[in-house]
Ligand binder design. Structure first.
Ligand code: PEP
Ligand code: MN
Length: 265
């Protein structure tokens, strides 16, 4: 089943918390998101945190909570694993395999993911390494496709420049990469989605940047939300409320990509 790239579900909207924190937290968020028509539920359970002292995720137990929430609200489960061992023991519970920015250049893991995705026919979302060029990003996708996986979606999530020196944002949103990737892909046509949450790191900027990405031709969005951002165990500063995701579902349902992209033809 071509879950991600299907025409039916475009524009793609993936939403959910940075991390699954409890059975109730993910269930409440899934309930609200599904009521707004969101089909793809994200939630981190194996978290690639910069500091080993930070919350690392609920791991296998968290994946069970995420699976239960997705099943209860008939949603498609999107989550990241950090290594082949985690992926192998989790694959049966995962619908869409996310590869995080920090793993974009883990080439043997990419090959392993390609094999598993090919065997199970599960879609893959590959996030851009925040220090990687677009050429390196496309090569990473090629590592996966070379193993026989065909359903690959590219996710832009911001790159590291001068931010954090004098700026409130966490990364620099790589918006023009949407245009450039399309030109570089020539005939492959992976869907391109944009993550306005990690790319800005700042909830107030998430909706405007999400809209900018759509105007530039993104096929969809991956957004973090939390029902109580101040108490979130990770990435609360960039998490919007589920009610703000409702704004995005309304925006996307009125969004005509063909109309919007006329100037690019
Ligand atoms: C995520 O989306 O859960 C995540 C960790 O993002 P990134 O890999 O882009 O840092
Ligand atoms: Mn996050």
């Amino acid at each position: 089943m071509n879950v991600i790239a299907s025409e039916l579900n475009r524009p793609i909207l993936i939403a959910g918390p940075c991390a699954v924190e409890s059975r109730e937290q993910i269930r409440d968020i899934a309930a609200e998101l599904s009521a707004y028509g969101v089909k793809y539920l994200r939630g981190g359970v194996f978290k690639p945190r910069t500091s080993p002292a930070s919350f690392q995720g609920l791991e296998d137990q968290g994946l069970l909570y995420l699976r239960q929430a997705a099943d209860e609200y008939n949603m498609i489960l999107v989550t990241e694993t950090l290594d082949s061992n985690q992926l192998e023991r989790s694959i049966d519970l995962i619908d869409v395999i996310q590869i995080g920015s920090k793993n974009m250049t883990s080439y043997s893991f990419l090959k392993f993911i390609g094999k598993i995705a090919s065997k199970t026919k599960k879609p893959v979302i590959l996030k851009r390494g925040f220090q990687s060029t677009l050429r390196e990003f496309l090569y990473a996708a090629e590592y996966i496709s070379n193993e026989g996986a065909t359903d690959i979606t590219l996710c832009l999530r911001g790159i590291r420049t001068f931010e954090q020196i004098d700026s409130i944002t966490r990364f620099t949103p790589d918006l023009t990469a949407i245009l450039e990737l399309r030109d570089m892909m020539a005939g492959i046509n992976y869907p391109i989605i944009f993550d306005p949450s990690h790319s800005t790191g700042y909830a107030k900027y998430v909706l405007p940047v999400a809209k900018a990405a759509m105007v530039l031709g993104a096929d969809g969005l991956l957004v973090e939300c939390h029902n109580n951002p101040e108490s979130a165990l990770s990435d609360g500063r960039q998490s919007i409320l589920p009610s703000e995701v409702k704004y995005l579902t309304d925006y996307l349902s009125n969004f005509s990509q063909n109309e919007n992209n006329k100037h690019l033809v």
